[in-house]
Design a protein around this ligand. Sequence first.
Ligand SMILES: C[C@@]1(CC(=O)O)c2cc3[nH]c(cc4nc(cc5[nH]c(cc(n2)[C@H]1CCC(=O)O)[C@@](C)(CC(=O)O)[C@@H]5CCC(=O)O)C(CC(=O)O)=C4CCC(=O)O)c(CCC(=O)O)c3CC(=O)O
Ligand SMILES: NC(=O)C1=CN([C@@H]2O[C@H](COP(=O)(O)OP(=O)(O)OC[C@H]3O[C@@H](n4cnc5c(N)ncnc54)[C@H](O)[C@@H]3O)[C@@H](O)[C@H]2O)C=CC1
Length: 227
Amino acid sequence: MRKTLFRGEDVYGTKHLFPIFLDIQGRECLVVGGGDVALRKVKSLLQCGARVKVVAPEMASGVQTLAGEPGLTMIRKGFEETDLDGVFMVFCATDQDEVNASIARLCERRGILVNVVDKPEECTFIVPSVLRRGPLSIAVSTGGNSPLWARRVRELLESVITDEYGEFTEMLGAARDLVKKTYPDDIARRQQVFQSLVDSDIFQLLRSGQKEKAKERMEQCIFSLPG
Ligand SMILES: C[C@@]1(CC(=O)O)c2cc3[nH]c(cc4nc(cc5[nH]c(cc(n2)[C@H]1CCC(=O)O)[C@@](C)(CC(=O)O)[C@@H]5CCC(=O)O)C(CC(=O)O)=C4CCC(=O)O)c(CCC(=O)O)c3CC(=O)O
Ligand SMILES: NC(=O)C1=CN([C@@H]2O[C@H](COP(=O)(O)OP(=O)(O)OC[C@H]3O[C@@H](n4cnc5c(N)ncnc54)[C@H](O)[C@@H]3O)[C@@H](O)[C@H]2O)C=CC1
């Protein structure tokens, strides 16, 4: 498959988008438009700790109910270029194609990440459907082929990926710190422990409600693995 590896697409000719998890905590994000689609984006930005500025002449009632949320600024006016100053990421969610397209062009020129909610081809990134269980996140994208199908796949995963997946992820995070402290100079040992933690029956114990036993097993994996 060497031939297709560097073309940015697979053997089916499907364009590959680069998946990443962005840390937007405290960063300024602009949402242009105040309808229901804007609302969805504003909510998920706030959930990730961004500072969000919404600019629109008309705000839908759902958006208005968010007034007073920490980190949220709402400005009732049409978009102006200066709204982009100091902004990390932009969502164009107006119902005016020309407005959205011209904001996208300005963003491209300034190197600002931009999403146009109804024009995947004008976006530098598109937003996936996300399932979260504590620190575990699963993002589903159809590459814009069917947002509704992305949602359905996420819903399907929801019944499989239960809360214990998140709990186990948290436990592994705590264990990771402990393992690094316990074996600061022994990378091979660390890897052995990480493997034993993931492959152990800790997850099954959590699933069957045996939290104490799960913790015990975690300590066994960290401290009493044959070296
Ligand atoms: C390209 C993309 C751009 C972007 O927004 O980043 C885009 C574009 C468009 N969406 C449209 C419609 C709908 N979008 C949803 C829902 C979601 N849309 C989301 C993402 C994306 N939508 C990006 C691609 C993601 C991918 O496929 O990888 C999700 C995952 C995340 C989010 O928005 O936060 C969120 C589900 C969250 C969840 O529940 O988990 C629903 C269903 C619903 O309401 O639940 C409908 C109605 C049903 C339908 O039409 O399918 C239309 C047609 C508009 C029209 O008809 O004019 C366009 C334009 C077009 O397709 O050209
Ligand atoms: N990506 C997605 O998931 C979806 C995208 N869409 C598309 O997204 C767009 C927005 O959808 P809705 O939120 O339902 O629209 P809406 O009609 O409810 O809201 C449009 C908003 O844009 C604002 N606006 C208009 N001109 C503006 C300007 N010059 N500057 C700033 N704000 C301006 C309006 O004041 C209003 O708040 C539509 O074009 C729709 O086709 C629709 C459904 C899903």
